[in-house]
Design a protein around this ligand. Structure first.
Ligand code: EPU
Length: 294
């Protein structure tokens, strides 16, 4: 494992903003993950575990600790429909490989940005489904005192819990999600899997600014009836800008970096949206995006 210094976070998140990580390590094996965690622990240094950087807003000042980017790309399918996947594998690859193998269950995730690790961490979801529904087990590398130290530990529900855009990994910040096992089902009609993937992709393309520099939805939906995108839209905020950050004109729960945004612009726009929605509706929006900052 190689610890690098002062690595720009700009190319590591899809917002393409942020300062440097004081220290940075790419980890591919469980040994490397454990080594990185203990390196930071020995220096009492904060750790931020990064996947695809599709739901992370990196501060302009950077991060004063160690950013660990998980790049485990294990991929194995078993005949019972279970799929063992490294945390660094893009979710899109799981969707494609499952479809090729005639496994159904993951079609909803077509076009979902980010990696398996990030999707487990945030219980990423869309179209009525979420990652946690398909989890059989998760292999983690823990930080001391949290979940058993540096040996890979296999956790399964109910030890691992999922709720809307939440998993209990959010309460174990110094923990590396290293691998997941998803349980899918064999489908006797593979053409229907492909058709469903196409339907999901078309729905995403129609309603979400997919090609832009954004981070997926910025806010959680406050409830099934209170939809953040609709609330923001009804406040007339589509197209509103702070510096280089703009509320997407396509879907109001997305913020787009139109080219020159700083993290500060995006944070100010987030505050402005929260304030306007609160003033108009009394509802306090809660960020889905995570801050990578001191
Ligand atoms: N709407 C508006 N204006 C907008 C956007 C949406 O009026 O600018 C309305 C839509 O017309 C619709 C309702 O709001 O009636 C809901 O919109 P949409 O169907 O796009 O779903 P959403 O609740 O905004 C959720 C997830 C998305 C996921 C989609 C598709 C959250 C916060 N968002 O969006 O997830 O892709 O459903 O299933 O749960 C993400 O988490 O990053 C994300 C993008």
């Amino acid at each position: 494992m190689h610890i690098q210094e002062n690595i720009s976070l700009v190319p590591l998140t899809t917002f393409r903003v942020g300062g440097p990580a004081r220290f940075f390590a790419r980890v591919r094996s469980s040994e490397e993950a454990a080594e990185a965690l203990s390196w930071a622990e020995a220096r009492s240094m904060p750790v931020f575990v990064l996947g695809g950087g599709t739901n992370v807003l990196a501060a302009d000042e950077g991060f004063p600790g160690l950013v660990i980017k998980v790049e485990n790309t294990d991929f194995e399918m078993q005949s019972d429909g279970s799929v063992t996947v490294g945390a660094g594998v893009p979710m899109g690859r799981v969707v494609q490989e499952a479809a090729k193998a005639g496994l159904t269950g993951f079609e909803w995730a077509a076009g979902l940005p980010g990696t398996v690790g990030g999707a487990i961490f945030g219980n990423a979801g869309a179209f009525g489904h979420a990652t946690g529904e398909f989890i059989r087990e998760v292999t983690v590398i823990g930080s001391a005192g949290v979940i058993g130290g540096s040996d890979p530990t296999i956790l399964a529900p109910p030890e691992v819990q999922f709720r809307y855009r939440w998993s209990n990994f959010k309460e174990w910040p110094g923990t590396v999600i290293f691998r997941g096992v998803f349980q899918l089902k064999t489908d006797n009609d593979p053409a229907s899997i492909t058709a469903e993937i196409q339907r999901v992709m078309a729905a995403r393309c129609a309603h979400q600014p997919l090609g832009d520099r954004s981070e997926g939805c910025i806010f959680k939906n406050p409830s099934a009836k209170q939809l953040a995108g609709k609330l923001i839209d009804e406040c007339g905020l589509k197209g509103v800008r702070v510096g280089g950050a703009e509320v997407s004109r396509k879907h109001a729960n997305f913020i787009v970096n139109i080219g020159s945004a700083t993290a500060r612009d995006i944070m100010q726009l987030i505050l402005l949206i929260k304030q306007r929605v609160y003033e108009k509706t009394g509802i306090e929006l809660e960020e889905e995006v995570r801050y990578l900052k001191a």
